[in-house]
Design a protein around this ligand. Structure first.
Ligand SMILES: Nc1nc2c(ncn2[C@@H]2O[C@H](COP(=O)(O)OP(=O)(O)O)[C@@H](O)[C@H]2O)c(=O)[nH]1
Ligand SMILES: [Mg+2]
Length: 350
């Protein structure tokens, strides 16, 4: 039974870049990964596509044929995919039962908050046996302004309630956050969605007084659900990608399932003949998987230090480390060449 991620978020939030980053990371880790592009407006796809929606339908054709604008055209494409789900099913089956699939979605917000097609597509994927998590990307820029932050909280909450999947909210492009000036609170205030009433002052100073009550009502709505929290992502930072991957692996349940080839200790799985994603690995569950996540920058305070408090120092440090690594590679190659040449000489002498 395959696992997968529904990668959603507004246009430009970094969905396709994230898919490409994940492709690079998983290639380095030798972990299987297939990417399905479901965004008919994705022109320059940076990653290798296992399945591409544009071979079923293109936004351009829809717009021309039905006289629709880009937004209506996009919704039409999703409805069309919903109705022709067999096409997708057939291609997904070719990826095999052990596939790990990323679904790169269009950025139209209503798809993940109101429109029924995506919800039906997700339900069909779940019926096929997919274990999915929604990975909802939000540009970290939004946390620099209290009212935008509230809107991002509501949007995330709405997507969580609509898609009804295990949900991982992500503040993307966190590496750019220091460019937008000082944050009013530390990063953990925003990621852990702490006491939102602190935002009251900045909200009432930036909006007319008649909105104050509305703001407070929205704040208490988000707090009542206490569902929303955020991970952070800087796609080019390996540690950031690894931390996020770990969180998602927990959300989908991937970490609890041993790979098909693994030898589980006796008595740790219920039925070794059962399909892999129904075999709960209780051994992993209580020893490592449910334990605390430790890794460089797995704590949001370290993320704050890396990208906000000491960004320049860290940038300089990493540049120095990369240079050292580069020089080591050059030295190694040079000594390999010398060794090869010497080896050649010996043969010639002989
Ligand atoms: N600095 C930075 N830029 C990013 C990051 N992720 C995405 N971007 C940039 O954001 C822009 C939009 O990304 P894209 O993946 O096309 O967004 P999509 O519309 O959600 O698929 C591109 O210019 C990316 O290079 C990130 O983590 N850091
Ligand atoms: Mg995209």
């Amino acid at each position: 039974m395959p696992f997968g991620e529904i990668v959603c978020g507004s246009p430009g939030s970094g969905k396709s870049t994230y898919c490409y980053g994940k492709h690079q990371l998983f290639t380095a880790l030798s972990r299987p990964l297939s990417i399905v592009n479901l965004d008919p407006a994705n022109d320059n796809i940076p990653y290798p596509c296992a399945v591409d929606l544009s071979s079923l339908i293109t936004l351009k054709d829809v717009m021309e044929e039905h006289g629709l604008g880009p937004n209506g055209g996009m919704l039409y494409c999703m409805e069309y995919l919903d109705e022709n789900f067999d096409w997708l099913e057939e291609r997904l089956r070719e990826l095999g039962p052990e596939a790990y699939v990323l679904f790169d979605l269009p950025g139209q917000v209503e798809l993940s908050t109101n429109h029924e097609s995506l919800k039906r597509i997700v339900a069909k994927l779940v019926k096929l046996g997919f274990r999915l998590a929604a990975v909802h990307l939000c540009d970290a820029h939004y946390i620099t302004d209290a009212s935008k932050y509230i809107s991002v909280l509501l949007l995330s909450l709405r997507a969580m309630l609509h898609l009804e999947l295990p949900h991982v909210n992500v503040l993307s492009k966190i590496d750019l956050i220091s460019q937008y000036g000082d944050l009013e609170f530390n990063l953990d205030f925003y990621t852990e969605v702490q006491d939102l009433s602190y935002l009251e002052t900045s909200l009432s100073s930036s909006l007319p007084p008649k909105f104050a009550a509305l703001n407070m009502a929205m704040i208490s709505l988000v707090e009542d659900f206490s569902l929303v929290g955020f991970e952070t992502l800087a796609v080019e930072d390996k540690n950031s990608m690894i931390n996020l991957t770990r969180t998602i692996d927990r959300a989908t349940g991937y970490i609890y399932v041993p790979p098909p080839s693994s030898k589980a200790p006796p008595g740790t799985t219920n039925n070794t003949a059962a399909p892999p994603s129904t075999r709960a690995n209780t051994y992993a569950l209580f020893s490592s998987a449910a334990g605390e996540m430790k890794g460089l920058r797995s704590d949001v305070r370290d993320v704050q230090e890396r990208w906000i408090d000491a960004k320049e120092e860290w940038d300089a440090f990493e540049r120095k480390e990369w240079r050292k690594e580069g020089e080591a590679v050059v030295r190694e190659r040079a000594s390999d060449r010398i060794r090869e040449r010497k080896g050649g000489d010996v043969v010639m002498d002989g």
